[in-house]
Design a protein around this ligand. Sequence first.
Ligand code: GUN
Ligand code: ZN
Length: 450
Amino acid sequence: MTPTLYRAAFMHTPSSPFTDAEALHVQQDGGLLVDGGQITASGDFVKLRAKNPEATVMDLGGGVLLPGFVDTHVHYPQVRIIGGLGMPLLDWLERCALPEEARLSDTAYARAVAKDFLHGLRCNGTTTALVFGSHFKGAMDLFFEEAAATGLRTVAGLVVSDRMLRDELHTTPELAYAEGKALIERWHGVGRARYAVTPRFSLSASEGILDACAALMTEFPDVHFTSHINENVREVQTVKELFPGSLDYLDTYDRAGLLGRRSVLAHSVHTTDRELVQMAAHHCTAAHCPCSNSALGSGLFPLKRHLNAGVHVSLGTDVGGGTGFSMLKEGLQAYFMQQLLGDGGVPLTPAHLLYLSTRAGAEALDMQDQIGDFGVGKAFDAVWLRPPEGSTLEAMLGHTESASATLAALYAGGTQADVARVWVGGDEVFTRAEFKGSKSAQKQPPVLAS
Ligand code: GUN
Ligand code: ZN
């Protein structure tokens, strides 16, 4: 097939702005040559065009192209209950989340929820997600089917628990192992799907079920692991009482052998110094979920302490404790919360927000060689943000004085309405209505200020 040369103002962070002051890479009039879904050249459009006269040009003016967003904590069964405000975690679980999760025993209902969920991801520009699944195996099989149909990259697994939720959501260690094994054998590494072993949290997991999870990870060493940790003070206290033999919350997972390079622990708001040292030693990631932490009143994420301890941090929307799928909003909320911490916070720049919502997530999933930035050899996973005509964001972007200010404007003012096109591995997985059927999108020049 003829390669496609995408012409756009683009930005990406091939390295971390937490350690590299030059991490933000900007091309005002950029070109990305894509062949077979992969980026084969990346740089200045005019130069790339001269070298590749045979390529089909796709003109993406009047907006900004970013790497596809990577959401590292988002619950598929909770899309329809977003917005249950006014409760702390354990009350919210009991009154909002768990009754809805029980409804996914009905596979027709679960399929409709899966479609809503996957649509929410792609129309917000999220191309890869670490998805907290359902407690029902049938709902996970159909989730992977639906995910394959959308073309998104998903890392997901059956959620397992054997206490303190509702009877319908409980399983046994034996069944958790058997169903997990069947799902891994059917879906892990198939197309764009990967599997994550997923005990809900230690509060709802006996040592027996954590051991069943560990058995799966021993048998299938390249699967991922995800769960919750230290989100809410009442939760932390209950876990302490349930595991008298453990040093702390992290230790409940550590003792079972669940921690490693592919382990992503959501929230980590009330994490102790000892836990941070151990998280770093195991190369785990903390998935920061600032909208959820605000909505459920869980607390202010101690980003500085995580970074100082050497713990990798990524971003998650935590739908439905969180308030929606937009990684732009999530980045902005992360920024707000660090501001509110004053001297205890990390002053996040627009480059940090971009890194946290793209490349940091790819690293959390150990997929940094495939996705997360626009380097040569990466898959063309991208989101083209182009505000609708007449919108406030369009006015803002027309008057920014630097690329960094443009990025700040996108995070401050961007929403789902600004997502115009989304690609995964070169396949277009979302197109805003006004661009359907058009190959070339605009008359305006690329939007980045110099
Ligand atoms: N801890 C255990 N389950 C959940 C959940 O569904 N959402 C959040 N935010 N925390 C949890
Ligand atoms: Zn969660």
